[in-house]
Design a protein around this ligand. Sequence first.
Ligand code: ANZ
Ligand code: ZN
Length: 875
Amino acid sequence: ARLIALAEKWRPITLKGVPIPVTNTKLVKGQPEEMYILSMFPYPSGTLHMGHLRVYVISDCLNRFYQMRGHKVIHPMGWDAFGLPAENAAIERKVNPHVWTDSNIGKMKAQMDNMLANFSWDREIKTCSPEYYKFTQWIFLKMYEKGLAYQKEAEINWDPVDKTVLANEQVDEMGRSWRSGAVVEKRMLKQWFLGITQYRDTLRDDLKKLSHWPQKVKTMQENWIGKSTGAEISFGTSDPEFPEISVFTTRAETIFAVQYIALSVNHPIVQKYASQNSALKQFVNDIPRLSKDTKDGMLIDGITIKNPLTKGELPVFIAPYVIGSYGNSSPNDPKGAAVMGCPGHDFRDFIFWQENMSQGKPILKCIKSEVQDLPDMDPSILNPTPYTLPLGVMTEETGIFAGKRIDEARNDVIKMLKEQKIGKRVTKYRLRDWLISRQRYWGTPIPIIHCDHCGTVPVPEKDLPVRLPEIDSLSTKGGNPLEHIPEFVNVKCPSCGHGAKRETDTMDTFMDSSWYYFRYLDPENEVLPFAPEKAQNGMPVNLYIGGVEHAILHLLYSRFVSKFMGSIGMWSDKRRLYEPFARLITQGMVHGRTFVDRQTGRFLKPEEVEWEGSVPKIKSTGQPPHISYEKMSKSKYNGADPDSCIEAHGPDATRAHILFQSPIDDVLKWDETKIVGIERWTQRIFRAVNTISEYDTKFYPDYTTPEDLEEGEVEFHNAMQRAIKQITNSFEMTLSLNTVISDYMKITTLFDNALMRNNIRKEILMKNLAKFVSMLYPVLPSISEEAAEIIKKNQPTLVSWNHYAWPIREPITEWKFKRYQVVVNGRAKFWFVAEKDLFKKGREQVYETVYNDKEGNKYLRNRNYDKMVLKFNII
Ligand code: ANZ
Ligand code: ZN
């Protein structure tokens, strides 16, 4: 409760986006004076969850750190406010979605205040405001002008629950919607697309230049774009209706070892044979429920395919592992896909073969290792594994290719197929154009008018925004609510003046969030989305923090739009990359402690479990529950609420706890009981602050550390300087924020020990305490401010001390003396401190010094110098 009171008290300074008053400017090397630190903006669902809290704690700590280093920091916040939950809530409550959205924004803003997030609220935006979506439409129109926005009839992914179409990126590997989880259906519909594929090469190649992005994210994007170079080979079939089919392969040289052909479910051949064969039909119908397991497949009776090189006859399978949806959202692609199966050289094909066909048949190989005698090549081994190494030579059975290395053979095979006109070299991409049409009300209207005379006519720029009609409640009639609003639909054609119809699709909300980081730089601009010179100064975002779940969707779309903005001169980038985010930080998920009854498999509420010390048991049965940490969800009763944690422990302790529990990119296993450790630590901080600041010292802000430090002082001084270095480095470079907290704790222990041993000059303690208090500020803003106030009250000479300046490290020093153990006539007798170069002096001098030493004199007083042998052990 005390800390909350503090938070209240300090809110005026730490919040409202007021820049922290900093005077020292030792800018972080390699970072610009004006820093743009951004965390992904939330969907205004009404409550911040633990994942949000984690991102905003990270970005706020970095924001405060950079401000302390003298950077001018932009740290904005806004709302990704269009989308289905608002629309569904509006239908339920019979209000306009903006009412629900605005009230949620109010609640979440209060929660952000509670966690002491220092956002630049003067830049706040929300994507559902007409001032914002006017420019989402503007960008759409620019793309339309450049031929990048187009409408086409296409087979699309239809989400039967949310009743809208989805982009390919929004359907997971199991064929389910990213939002509703429903299995998507295929439908033919006329839809709007954005031509992201025209940017596929830069989007792919520039990944290499993003040296401050996590490799994991870059790999995911690269795989999504999915460039592969190979060959298309045409195989003749035994069915005159389909004289030949085309197969794509990256391994043309394996054509000698092809043992079957596998077709995707949507291949026209499959469709024909399924209509004649009920077992096959059953299999096809079951496929949405089958996993994309490599093992699944079924032989298609009545058709064979001929290998164009070896002339061998091949069986034909339907196999769900062949992805036919590659081509589905782009109408120019052929329907369905075919793969040549090589069990001898591909692991996936090998598994398929074993499951569906092998029946004791050997697998064929056309490549072998250059090194002889690999056990793999021994024909006596019954169940050989495929040879999948990228190195090797062609076997004797390949005729003119025998002995050639893989790459050479691949080239030559393609050349030969080309001469015979049955193959060609091709590059394929997995990436398809971005389907942005949504048949829903709560989104940015697509600024297009359909006229019977003129076709599709873009809404003139001066008529933007095309506003969503204000409505009291949403129709549940089905279909897009906008279709049922005649005032919206019926318009005059801007080109010929005849009656025309407005496009009723709205845009995918990922379009809204693909450019919001530009808008923060110029949020009030009424003429343009942002002034190009503002983007030139502010872009790219220096640190972008958010969840790895956006690795493909949001981050790929943003890169596309940002590059597009570059291409139309909306911003200029020195490196000409037009990459929006220079450094990307992906934080891990927050998982909650989950109890499961081992007997029944039921999830248990925390109240159903009781603890005997650290041993849990289920109240009703007395059995120990199974404990794990999993993604928080209502059905697992493992959620945690940021507000109640802040309420109970204060914002500072909550922030530190979040950072301390795990490195920022790891999963955070949320266990609120561990926060007591943090609370005990913050109490120790206050103990040190109160005790030391009450000392009567002659301390003043530019007090310099004296040269004649005692042994303990040297140790303390050096440990302190090392900690400053370490913590600074963690904020600047490694972003190892969990070790920042443990380094803080180490410093606190230094003070505790110094107070206990009473071996350090008060001025030295005071000086370093002041530095420590400053260093705490990024993580513990209100505790740091309160500590600073206590110090200033007790030490009047420190009234002008600017505790918002990041402390500067002093040089490490050395103690000028050494400690010796003195051995007198073979017996260790006493300890003695002397200058380091004592032994450069003669024996006389050394003995004289020892004799005059207080300790030494005690032992040596009555002895005879000449008969005495002294030995000095350095410790
Ligand atoms: C014969 C072969 C032999 C293959 C071998 C691989 C290894 P990437 O690079 O990922 O595109 N393939 C082709 N089209 C496919 C589809 N629509 N769905 C699933 N798999 C498909 O992979 C290209 C390889 O994946 C192609 O090369 C093809 O199998 C398969 F030892 O052809 B390969
Ligand atoms: Zn017209």
